[in-house]
Design a protein around this ligand. Structure first.
Ligand SMILES: Nc1nc2c(ncn2[C@@H]2O[C@H](COP(=O)(O)OP(=O)(O)OP(=O)(O)O)[C@@H](O)[C@H]2O)c(=O)[nH]1
Ligand SMILES: [Mg+2]
Length: 558
């Protein structure tokens, strides 16, 4: 695979960027009528540049006007190397410095300085301009050129070839392309262009346009006006997107591999502060920008709370601007929790993702923080969590089990979605809806005396049982039968009543409440409660004022 590099211009208004690009590439990137009329660049311009060693650079020409700095940031964001253009007669001016700051904040440290309009400067002025350039951007070659005469252009191309190193972004990472232009072509439809930051794009790929959340199918892919099967990271790409209206996409949107990135309203960043950073700034990221509130965390970190979601990845750079560029940030967590935690930021900055994990998080949601396999954490199913957290969970459940009612010594499992994956690690037994210690059985414990006293009281006349847990347990043991609301009769009395009802129904076909009262020689209320329980047990069925046997005969009761 050949290398793909993007070169971005930088420099003060009118210093000769566009002319120099035209002299290098033969292409005039000021194509808008307003640009022609005013003689300044307004929007980004694009041209391919062949280097002496055969490599092809994609050039992005940016405007220098101070009102278009945000356009410059959008253009500079995906580039690999810069071409800082300084007018030999004027020397460095405000946007020379601001663009340079922006390049530094974006982490773009490779490039060349072109001291241009050399034809118009006397040798001494030219020398001064070159010396100033060397001081301003040390360790970067400065070349005197003239777009007018062509002097120095070969030296400039050679210097660019030397400066162009390897591309930073691995081609294997998930596809992410920041859209910088959207237009309609007759017979083709909507076309979006941008720099492919990572991954690749080919005909037929299904991508997501974020933050709109649109699914798009790529129909054809072009690099420098030539169709290609697949475009790779670092290339300037044009894709046609059938079925998408031009108005559905705009500069700042991102085309990404589905599921690989999540739009986020928050970014945790390590700050690079050039000037005191206000509480409200413009955050420039990729080709987009959004207003954000800056929540400072310690001296060097902040959480940016954005008015619009961005699609960021760990390590991305952002530029922070108020009236001017005030600083930048390196993204530590592109989708952080709302609580801005200083310790967590320190850990992330060290690259210690495992240290940030305590309670279970979905492995899927850590992908944006980890390059390879996540190590140093416990795993269960889709979840990652710390050993310490698992020990705490075990201790908490043990404590609750120790306090559980001895009659039913279980506890409900945690309701969280990780429970199904994590609970099996704890060695507890799941019975019905609760967790128990292995082999744990129900025991009367301190209630033995209560149970015996209760049993003495029980007979045919229902008695109140205050301890419902105990009542349920004794019923399961076949030692009583609960009737009505919080009442109970002895198991023997219930069996007697049942036998009487069955016998009567078998003889007479049915039984009334009054008849059962007489048979048992009891009160109406007791007969009523017993019949209701027999109904509930499926022995009898009520028809009007009478009961008949259910065909099934009901469940036998001991
Ligand atoms: N003598 C001389 N003049 C130049 C040269 N290059 C540019 N110029 C002059 O400088 C003007 C501005 O050049 P541009 O290339 O448009 O400047 P720019 O940096 O692209 O300006 P913005 O995009 O608006 O920031 C041109 O209209 C020319 O008059 C050069 O090599 N020699
Ligand atoms: Mg220009």
């Amino acid at each position: 695979m050949s290398e793909h590099l993007v070169l971005g211009t930088a420099g003060h208004i009118d210093h000769g960027k566009t002319w120099l690009v035209r002299a290098l590439t033969g292409k005039d990137t000021d194509r808008l009528p307003e640009e022609k009329a005013r003689g300044i660049s307004i929007d980004l311009g694009y041209a391919p540049l062949e280097l002496p060693d055969g490599r092809r650079l994609s050039v992005i020409d940016v405007p220098g006007h101070e009102r278009f700095v945000r356009t410059m940031v959008a253009g500079a964001t995906g580039i690999d190397l810069f071409l800082l253009v300084i007018d030999a007669l004027e020397g460095a001016r405000p946007q020379t410095l601001e663009h340079l700051q922006i390049l530094r904040l974006l982490g773009i440290d490779k490039g060349v300085v072109a001291v241009t309009k050399a034809d118009a400067a006397d040798p001494e002025t030219l020398e001064l301009a070159l010396a100033e350039a060397a001081e301003l951007v040390p360790e970067t070659e400065a070349v005197a050129v003239s777009a007018k005469t062509g002097a120095g252009l070969d030296e400039l191309r050679a210097a660019l070839a030397r400066a162009a190193g390897e591309r930073r972004a691995p081609a294997t990472a998930a596809t992410r392309l920041f859209v910088d232009r959207v237009f309609t072509l007759r017979g083709i439809g909507t076309v979006a262009t941008g720099t492919l930051w990572t991954g690749s794009i080919g005909d037929g790929d299904v991508l997501r346009a974020e933050p709109a959340g649109l699914e798009v199918r790529v129909r054809s892919v072009q690099v420098h006006d030539r169709p290609v099967e697949r475009a790779d990271a670092g290339q300037r790409v044009a894709v046609s997107l059938p079925g998408i209206e031009r108005t559905q996409l705009r500069r700042g949107d991102v085309l990404v591999a589905p599921g690989a990135f999540r739009p986020s309203y928050r970014l945790d960043v390590a700050l690079d502060e050039l000037e005191p950073i206000a509480a409200r700034v413009q955050v420039h990221h990729g080709t987009t920008q959004a207003v954000a509130r800056v929540v400072r965390v310690g001296a060097r970190h902040a959480q940016l709370r954005l008015a619009m979601p961005v699609v960021a990845a760990r390590g991305d750079r952002v530029v922070l601007r108020a009236q001017t560029t005030v600083g930048g940030g390196r993204v530590l967590d592109p989708a952080p929790p709302r609580h801005a935690d200083p310790a967590r930021m320190e850990q992330l900055e060290r690259g210690d993702v495992a240290a940030t994990i305590h309670a279970p998080v979905r492995v899927e949601e850590l992908r944006h923080l980890v390059d390879g396999e996540l190590s140093g954490v416990e795993r269960a199913g889709d979840w990652a969590f710390s050993r310490a957290w698992l020990d705490e969970l075990r201790a908490a459940l043990e404590a609750r089990l120790a306090e559980a009612d001895p009659l039913d010594p279980g506890v409900p499992p945690p309701p969280e979605p990780w429970a199904a994956d994590v609970i099996p690690l704890l060695g507890l037994e799941r019975r019905g809806a609760k967790l128990y210690r292995p082999g744990a059985t129900a025991e009367l414990g301190a209630r033995t005396a209560d149970a015996e006293r209760l049993q003495q009281e029980l007979g045919l006349e229902p008695v109140k049982v205050a301890d419902q847990q105990l009542a349920r347990y004794l019923e399961e043991q076949g030692r009583l039968v609960r009737v009505g609301d919080g009442l109970a009769v002895s198991a023997a009395a219930y069996a007697e009543a049942r036998a009487a009802v069955v016998a009567e129904c078998e003889a007479a076909g049915r039984i009334t409440l009054a008849r059962l009262r007489d048979l048992l020689d009891t009160s109406r209320r007791t007969a009523q409660l017993l019949l209701e329980r027999l109904d509930a047990d499926g022995v009898t069925r009520r028809i009007g004022d009478e009961r008949v046997l259910r065909r099934s005969g009901g469940r036998p009761r001991g």
